[in-house]
Design a protein around this ligand. Structure first.
Ligand code: PHE
Ligand code: FE
Length: 290
């Protein structure tokens, strides 16, 4: 993975990197686009250029199309402008945040079709690897998929589901689903396996590894199986979960999870490298990107 902390890890204390002083009660700040330095815009362009070269043949079509439409190759994007174009497409908006935000606040934003985007950019030394999500991960990785109506609805439902999971003391299960779909999901296409997860799409190394390496497992998405599975935060994933299409993602997660959470609480979690008996391992796509 190109960053470590997520829904689960961030609450364990430790100091966050952003400046939270001017955040409002929803943790929203002003982006202050004019404060980015020429060096920061240049670093963005280098990140963008490296990653844009890798997406053809590796990212799903909707990502590639929406990324081109966002026109963010020239420098750190103005979130307000991108938000307006996203709103016209799927009625989602972008809000600027100082960094990671509390779970409930995060879910409330998603449930209201607002995607929080971190305002700060990594340092040059962090080109390949970053501990907390920055604007490059949040914008390049997450925003393009929000132009897809089915994915956009999925993420709103995820936000609602998050609020419910908090009530059921089931956040760790739902966080695994986020990790294995929104961050590290793979999708089938007529041309072969593609990536749609933001953690993959914003990573210079994992974007190829996840498709071509024979090492990790690739298992079809299933709500119970996925929410039972532990994940790696400090290395490439040992298992990826594959969807047939975005309708598959939506239908898998649509049922009421309340009874499932009760089952999950009685089950032992599965190590990240599990392949269950009888489970088929979707083959890699060695020609990806070629
Ligand atoms: N259906 C889930 C529930 O009942 C909510 C959910 C929807 C979770 C979509 C994730 C994604 O809790
Ligand atoms: Fe992310």
């Amino acid at each position: 993975a190109d960053f470590f902390k997520t829904l689960e890890e961030k609450s364990d204390g430790g100091t966050l990197r952003g400046n939270y002083e001017n955040a409002d009660e929803r943790y929203v700040v002003k982006q202050d686009w004019n404060a980015y330095t020429p060096e920061q815009h240049a670093l963005w362009r280098r990140l963008y250029e490296r990653q844009a070269k890798l997406v053809p043949g590796r990212a799903c079509d909707v990502f590639i199309e929406a990324l081109a439409g966002l026109d963010a190759s020239g420098g750190i994007p103005d979130l307000q402008r991108a938000s307006e174009s996203l709103y016209r497409a799927t009625k989602w908006e972008l809000v600027a945040v100082p960094g990671l935000i509390p779970d409930l606040t995060f879910f409330e934003h998603l449930a209201a079709r607002r995607f929080p985007v971190t305002v700060w950019l990594r340092e040059p030394e962090e080109f390949d690897y970053i501990v907390e999500p920055d604007i490059f991960h949040d914008f390049f990785g997450h925003v393009p998929l929000l132009f897809n109506p089915l994915f956009a609805d999925y993420l709103q439902e995820y936000g609602r589901g998050g609020m419910k999971a908090l009530e059921h003391d089931a956040l760790k299960y739902l966080a695994r689903l986020y990790w294995y779909t929104v961050e590290f999901g793979l999708i089938q296409s007529p041309e072969g396996l593609r990536a749609y997860g933001a953690g993959i799409l914003s990573s210079g190394g994992e974007i190829d590894y996840c498709l071509t390496s024979p090492k990790p497992r690739r298992v079809m998405l299933d709500a119970e199986r996925t929410m039972r599975t532990l994940y790696k935060i400090d290395s490439y994933q040992e298992t990826y979960f594959v969807i047939r299409d975005f309708a598959h993602l939506f239908s898998t997660t649509e049922p009421d999870f309340t009874p499932l959470y009760e089952i999950l609480k009685t089950e032992e979690a599965l190590p990240a490298d599990t392949l269950l008996p009888g489970e088929s391992n979707v083959p890699p796509n060695p020609a990806a990107g070629g």
